[in-house]
Ligand binder design. Structure first.
Ligand code: CAA
Length: 282
């Protein structure tokens, strides 16, 4: 069992921290916003309490897991970790800064992983002096439920780092899939154009949101329709991923739908803001 750090206690970061703690690792959960840290830890406590209610964990096991998670707002705590998983907001500038800071304080053997959904791992690697130990570990929401981890190899990621992270993801009970460092990797390169197309169908008045989602749920057996899923992911995140695909490939087929841009500009970001393609009463 090892010591790991998860940077960012949002939806993804708190889920990632919980899966590591459940696998027996000690987790430093680091978040600059105290309010977000408190929220992230409360979500983990609620999830564990639900597992106890459902008989999947005993109260004692739940306490032991919670005891492995140490919340902090001090990045310095990362310096004791064998692995750091960065899960802060999707901004190249913020992630580059975080990687630079982590590189300066962690011992040379620490692996620096990013949960980025679309930013280049090779680029993040160049912000450090250890590009061979920089890798993508892309989890999916809800982290506790979704089995997949895309393990993204940058140009300089070493075989050793790659093999170690693939094994670690398996130890977490996940199914890792090795993917290359290409815009959107595999999951978002396939998923986001589908969501964007659904937004175009709505924009052009082909059908309303409920009808588009029903077609994909009942016709394709998707657990959520694409617009419902976009609200779940966050429309700002969807737009940011489409922009990465558009810039990265320079292909007009990835142009974000004007309606998606408009909704983000209006602050209709999906579930997290209370309104997206659907309304979410508080
Ligand atoms: N946290 C923890 N557990 C959760 C959860 C959450 N947020 N949401 C649901 N669950 C659990 C429930 O507790 C339940 O567990 P049990 O069966 O053990 O009781 C199970 O998941 C099923 O939940 P529900 O019965 O409430 O609802 P559901 O059957 O409709 O499933 C769902 C909910 C799992 C979210 C399902 O709708 C789904 O798979 N949706 C698609 C999710 C998806 O595509 N995620 C990927 C998004 S893309 C991404 O994350 C990457 C990116 O870079 C953008």
């Amino acid at each position: 069992m090892a010591e790991v750090t998860v940077l960012g206690a949002g939806t993804m970061g708190s889920g990632i921290a919980q899966v590591f703690a459940q696998a027996g690792d000690t987790v430093h959960l680091i978040e600059v916003s105290l309010a977000q840290l408190t929220r992230g830890i409360a979500v983990i406590e609620t999830n564990l309490a639900r597992s106890v209610e459902k008989g999947r964990l005993t109260a004692n096991e739940s306490e032991v897991i919670m005891g492995r998670i140490v919340g902090s707002s001090d990045l310095e705590q990362a310096k004791y970790s064998e692995l750091v998983v960065e899960a802060i907001h999707e901004s190249l500038i913020a992630k580059t800064e975080a990687f630079r800071a982590l590189d300066s304080m962690c011992p040379p053997e620490t692996i620096l992983a990013s949960n980025t959904s679309s930013i280049s791992i090779t680029t993040l690697g160049t912000a450090t002096g250890r590009a061979d130990r920089v890798i993508g570990m892309h989890f999916f929401n809800p982290v506790l439920v979704m089995k997949l981890v895309e393990v993204v190899r940058g140009l300089a990621t070493s075989d050793e780092t790659h093999a170690h992270v693939m094994d670690w993801a398996r130890r977490l009970g996940k199914e890792p899939v090795a993917v290359g460092d290409s815009p959107g990797f595999v999951a978002n390169r396939v998923l986001l154009p589908m969501i964007n197309e659904a937004v175009f169908a709505l924009y052009e008045g082909v059908a309303d949101a409920g009808e588009i989602d029903t077609v994909m749920r009942l016709g394709m057996n998707h657990p959520m329709g694409p617009l419902e899923l976009a609200d779940f992911i966050g429309l700002d995140v969807c737009l940011s991923i489409m922009s990465v695909l558009y810039d990265g490939f320079g292909d007009p087929k990835y142009r974000p739908c004007p309606l998606l841009k408009q909704m983000v500009a209006a602050g209709r970001l999906g579930r997290k803001s209370g309104q997206g393609f659907y309304r979410y009463p508080a």
